[in-house]
Design a protein around this ligand. Structure first.
Ligand code: NDP
Length: 401
């Protein structure tokens, strides 16, 4: 019997709440809290219709530690699942320490005024979580999240040493909108407009945004233009798998998406520097978010599928080997299961499973952990059972130089 507090009622929060409700024997009491309570109430109503169970909802400003502490002390959760925005990571971690509760999130902290993805702020909590005997799980969505578990599963079962890792993230879906992002637009645009970066021969190499491109072929989808970008799990994976000689991340973007992105940047709408508009300060990118489609509402007409996986090259028993492990997720299946599109679904399902791992003691330890530091096997067992079946290919052409 465990109680879970889910913070954030966007597309991902909806999926986490649905999936926790699906596993009633573990998540016996669920509280969904967010800035706008009415969004929590809509999700609670939908969960009641599907499962016949009631979850609690609350209004919460997770930027304020004292509000968090009050709610946590009142509900007494065993774990807090943070699927609000990365800006709230540190205040929620502070509140978990103050109240003695375990913590899990899906995206690393970034300061509001600087688009910079680094674990340093959250890794700095290591001693405090250790001393408190609490577990903090960082980055437990799909990427980061499942990609880290896939990598540790490969290293554990299929390789003596892994040398090259290419994480490949394809969304071959069509939501019918001219331009929309698949998760929070502000966070998404900050992520994809920054410089590319990859790890090779013990150093990081920067590339201009979207300047490195490959056509990669994805299972059940076919070839898609895939661009080298920087993604946060690369930082922890090269640290936790020191045999890695190269680690890169590739994401597909359609031409239309990139054209819109270029225009948005050229006209200054991707800027995070405040400007004065009619006497008040606004951040252009935050204003843009207000007029773009809500990613949580793209699901209904979304067709096609995602395919995310790890392509790994290394050594087993003295022989070179390649391995590709991946999941494909159809947007329509995600929608019919939870009312959310595939990107929210592929993030929310692993977050629920991560919380389940902590609550059942399959992932344990005091401190701050990235997912690849835990045993991948029980997590991999649950993935397929909760809507994200995975597949593996051995000794295939990885299409990588
Ligand atoms: P949304 O913007 O749809 O939802 C975010 C939710 O958090 C909203 O309900 C929002 O409230 C709430 N929120 C924002 N600020 C606060 C605050 N101060 N206090 C309380 N609640 C707040 O985002 P998504 O659901 O698309 O994404 C959620 C998280 O998942 C993000 O951190 C994102 O980076 C991460 N993610 C991770 C992925 C992975 O694979 N690892 C992939 C995709 C996303 P309101 O409704 O009032 O705005």
């Amino acid at each position: 019997m465990s109680r879970v507090l889910i913070i954030g009622a966007g597309g991902v929060g909806r999926v986490v709440a649905f999936k926790c409700a699906e596993v009633k024997d573990i998540f016996t009491e669920i509280l969904l809290a967010s800035r706008t309570k009415s969004k929590c109430d809509v999700i609670a109503k939908d969960i009641h219709e599907k499962y016949g169970i009631d979850i609690l909802t609350a209004k919460l400003n997770a930027d304020i530690v004292s509000e968090l502490v009050e709610l946590i002390n009142d509900f007494k959760p065993d774990i807090v699942v943070n699927v609000a925005l990365p800006y709230q990571d540190l205040t929620i971690m502070d509140a978990c320490l103050e109240t003695g509760v375990n913590y899990l999130d899906t995206a690393n902290y970034e300061p509001r005024d600087e688009a910079k993805f680094e674990y340093k702020w959250q890794w700095a909590y290591q001693d405090r979580f250790k001393d408190a005997g609490l577990t903090a799980v960082l980055g437990c969505g799909f990427d980061p999240g499942v990609t880290g578990v896939f990598t540790s599963y490969a290293a554990k079962h299929h390789f003596d040493q892994i040398h090259h890792l290419d994480i490949v993230d394809c969304n071959a879906g069509d939501h019918g909108k001219a331009f929309a992002t698949n998760f929070n637009p502000e966070i998404n645009i900050r992520e994809v407009t920054q410089k590319g970066k990859y790890f090779e021969n013990k150093r990081w190499i920067e590339t201009e945004p979207h300047s490195v491109l490959k056509s990669l072929s994805y299972p059940n989808i076919g070839p898609k233009n895939s661009y080298l970008i920087y993604h946060e799990e690369l930082e922890s994976l090269v640290k936790n798998f020191p045999t890695l000689k190269r680690a890169r991340f590739w994401m597909t973007f359609g031409d239309e998406y990139l054209t819109h992105l270029r225009v948005i940047q050229n006209i200054g709408m991707a800027s995070i520097k405040p400007v004065i508009y009619e006497g008040r300060e606004i951040v252009p990118l935050q204003f843009l978010k207000a007029v773009l489609p809500d990613p949580g509402e793209l699901g209904e007409n979304y067709v096609g599928e995602t395919s995310i996986g790890c392509r790994i090259w290394g050594i087993k028993d003295g022989v070179e080997k390649t391995y590709y492990v991946y999941n494909n997720c159809k947007h329509k299946d995600a929608y019919s299961d939870t009312g959310a599109q595939g990107v929210s679904y592929t993030t929310g399902v692993p977050a629920m499973i991560g919380a389940m791992m902590v609550l059942t003691g399959k992932w344990s330890g005091a401190g701050v952990f990235n997912v690849e530091e835990f045993n991948p096997d029980p997590f991999m067992e649950e993935l397929g059972m909760h809507g994200l079946p995975w597949h593996e290919l051995h000794d295939v052409d990885l299409e990588m130089d």
